[in-house]
Design a protein around this ligand. Structure first.
Ligand SMILES: CC(C)(COP(=O)(O)OP(=O)(O)OC[C@H]1O[C@@H](n2cnc3c(N)ncnc32)[C@H](O)[C@@H]1OP(=O)(O)O)[C@@H](O)C(=O)NCCC(=O)NCCS
Length: 135
């Protein structure tokens, strides 16, 4: 059974494996945990049988106007079971009071995020690929 928490308390590095699929230089489990700890909001999906984290979403925030959602991922074996949607639903319910809730995504995911009240926008970004692992 998959259960959801909105805290990283009790989540260890050993439970964070199988994420950042396809990233050439992925963050380590230790760095992943630090990302979650430093985030303003997290929602974590765990497989109660194994104890493993199977999906997560995080948001960073100025605490006044803005929340930004940098990462959402469900481990491949657990995708298409509604977990990503539940993570987003729970996160969006935490940020309803902010003026801006933003994220960047590929075009093919716009319909997915549209289900949570988001609308397409034009954005700009920098990616320093030599810093991708966060080390
Ligand atoms: C996007 C992601 C989080 C969705 O998680 P999920 O648990 O599979 O999502 P759900 O089961 O709740 O919803 C599935 C729906 O999302 C949409 N969807 C999922 N992946 C998609 C993709 N790659 N392209 C387009 N739509 C997609 C589909 O509409 C799908 O509905 P369907 O199963 O009826 O076809 C997951 O595919 C993932 O981790 N992808 C890799 C990381 C990623 O791309 N993260 C988003 C960064 S912006």
């Amino acid at each position: 059974m998959v259960t959801y928490t909105e805290s990283v308390d009790g989540v260890g590095e050993e439970a964070l494996k199988g994420f950042f699929v396809g990233w050439p230089s992925p963050p380590s489990a230790r760095t992943h945990l630090k990302i979650l700890e430093n985030s303003a909001f997290v929602v974590i999906a765990r497989d109660e049988d194994s104890g493993d984290v199977v999906g997560f979403v995080n948001a960073i925030s100025d605490g006044v106007l803005t929340a930004y959602v940098p990462l959402l991922e469900v481990r491949p074996a657990y995708q298409r079971q509604g977990i990503g949607s539940e993570l987003m639903r729970r996160l969006m319910s935490r940020v309803t009071d902010f003026y801006m809730v933003d994220l960047l995504c590929d075009k093919d995911l716009q319909p997915f995020y549209g289900r949570f009240g988001m609308t397409p926008a034009i954005g700009m970004m920098v990616r320093n690929f030599e810093r991708q692992s966060g080390e």
